[in-house]
Design a binder for this molecule. Sequence first.
Ligand code: FAD
Length: 514
Amino acid sequence: AQALSQKLSSLAWQGEKKSVAIIGGGLSGLACAKYLADAGHTPLVLEARDVLGGKVSAWQDEDGDWIETGLHIFFGAYPNMMNLFAELGIHDRLQWKVHKMIFAMQELPGEFTTFDFIPGIPAPFNFGLAILLNQKMLTLQEKLQTAPPLLPMLIQGQDFIDAQDELSVLDFMRKYGMPDRINEEVFISMAKALDFIDPDKLSMTVVLTAMNRFLNEDNGLQMAFLDGNQPDRLCAPMKAHIEARGGEVRLKAPVKEIMTNEDGTVSGLLMRDGTVIEADVYVSAMPVDIMKRMTPKRWAKMPFFRQFDELEGIPVINLHMWFDKKLNTIDHLCFSRSPLLSVYADMSTTCKEYFDDEKSMLELVFAPCSPLAGGNVNWIAKTDEEIIDATMGELARLFPTEIANDDRWPATKEQGPKGQARLIKFAVVKTPRSVYAAIPGRNKYRPSQETPISNFVLAGDWTSQKFLGSMEGAVLGGKLAAEVIADKALGRPTNGLKAVQPDIVTAAESYEAK
Ligand code: FAD
């Protein structure tokens, strides 16, 4: 991560300065612009909305409370993200939590169990020990049965990991004789946290990739919360950095069409207001589902662009629930291990800007929320009230002494029975297409940042890079896109185009644009 940053900034005074128009002001578009500016080029970021950040965007409600697109956790094993914080001089904005993982106990409501990472023990032994020392989740025999199938990941590394992409987590478990309880105890929470999806739908490569990254670094699984809302605390310093180096970040600038020349190269960007933006190079940092719709007709039969049909964003819902009193919660992320919910945190405790010592605000990730992601209810199509109702039921089951699911909400009573907390406000944020659904067999279709169009480059968390659809993946995707542009500007060789799968090449020949 550091070497790539250094390479890009060392190019600042060499070669021709390129003007680069970047579509999308999420983390990937902003990272691309940041590293292009470091390399001496002039980026222009065009963001459709009136707020930066895309999937990390946030806004204030009428009371001034922040509503976030997603509950976001930073991991020690996010090298490009950590580098970015250091380069922007804002690393003190990460609030690191104790190195442990906390799981709600389904069968013991109100109780938690933990994987504790002992300081001073190096990876991967600290992880092994954390699992061995936990007495509540798996028996010793189950632990011993889990290790052998995972060992090739450590020994053979990425080749073994990539080879498992055609298998779902459940397929992998069955193939290697892992006990079913590992799924219930560990993989369901992991799959939902990694991709908002159930283990029977998730590619095993995703679980192994995450484990491999986490296991290779002593503090890989240590988690941090940002100390406040992402647009102000992370995106704003990125914008300032870009603009201090001659670039520009524009809000409310939706791109309507990528215009092309007869030879297929990009001639300009048609904006929704009718103006045209021209640059030397163009970058899409849009999510895959939007990029599919925006692919110019001239490119429609090109196999490279047909790969995108194989990728699709997964739905997810982010909930904010304000209670009238402080719950007995923990200063950390919790894995709910509930069928409806993934991870959650009491943001009034974990995040400095949202701190409140009298009232709790739980932020919860609701998943899976469509049949594509597992489960059989299409929650993404339900009303906010239905989603909150179901969540209150889950919370009352998980924390019966603190939260009651009765007809009290949104009620007028001052307090619930037995002094339980009362829900006083909620906000539901639905993202119908978030990170790409990492169902089996998708990795091979993730495209390189370099494209067959000489003046068009891709960024985004879904492009090919060793991290998943995540903030780290978004930053790395943007950085790799900047590298393609910087190398080409100097006439240097690039990492090249990723080969397109034969099935796509065949399908592209007969493709008829609808
Ligand atoms: P986006 O953030 O989607 O950015 C794309 C941008 O393009 C958007 O701003 C959009 O408005 C803009 N755009 C689209 N079309 C146009 C157009 N025509 N013209 C101009 N602009 C356009 N990751 C983690 O690492 N840890 C977590 O804990 C975590 N939790 C998450 C929880 C939730 C609920 C969600 C939804 C995501 C979570 N993620 C997490 C994933 C992470 O947020 C994403 O992987 C990352 O932010 C994606 O960044 P991106 O720049 O690739 O895409």
